[in-house]
Design a protein around this ligand. Structure first.
Ligand SMILES: [Zn+2]
Length: 194
């Protein structure tokens, strides 16, 4: 499969890469958005948002998670906000998320995936307290978990003092988006007061 990637790169160099690229990026990068998305191969951020290289500073992981501040895993946020001064953080989840499906079904905390998904468990716990949640069909429950996880990750992002300060100063916005694999559409999730 590596030959497919290298062949693709040859085509990129031949058809797309040009002097304009060199000039545009010679002095570094100035992305407007920090994109936190899921690693899922079906959610390619540039393609689904019509953006190009240089626009998005990207971090993708299973279930688009931002561990809370105390875990000291905020390098991506720190670089995006403190060094690149991005104007917005987009947290993008998607329906049908495999990571959150695992969380819904019960994870084995001894695995790497299970250990990682503990950063999303609070979202599940919140939903489990809602009347009727346990009676919902699995896909509906998963949709709610995808949404609740985004609210949780927004709070986690705001647990970093430099993020909180930038938002307070109106230098930074945080947006929650959900990608629908069935329609290709992104929709914006309304933020809750925090
Ligand atoms: Zn996912």
């Amino acid at each position: 499969m590596i030959s497919k990637l290298l062949k693709g790169n040859k085509e990129f160099v031949r058809d797309i890469f040009n002097v304009e690229h060199l000039e545009r990026f010679a002095k570094g990068q100035h992305p407007h958005t920090c994109w936190i998305g899921c690693s899922d191969s079906r959610v390619p951020e540039n393609l689904i948002t019509g953006t190009g290289d240089g626009e998005l500073f990207v971090h993708r992981n299973i279930a688009n998670i931002i561990p809370a501040h105390q875990t000291e895993e905020g390098a991506v946020l720190e670089y995006a906000v403190e060094v690149l001064h991005v104007k917005q953080i987009v947290l993008c989840g998607h329906y049908g998320c495999g990571g959150l499906t695992e969380l819904l079904h019960g994870v084995d905390h001894r695995t790497h995936i299970g250990h990682w998904l503990r950063h999303g468990e609070e979202a599940l716990h919140r939903l489990q307290k809602r009347p009727g949640f346990h009676d919902l069909p699995r896909d509906e429950a998963l949709n709610l978990l995808v949404e609740e996880n985004l609210h949780l990750q927004r709070s986690n992002a705001l647990s970093y003092p430099f993020v909180r300060q930038a938002v307070k100063n109106h230098d930074l916005q945080i947006h929650l988006l959900i990608y629908d694999l069935q329609t290709g559409r992104l929709h914006k999730l309304e933020e809750r007061a925090h």
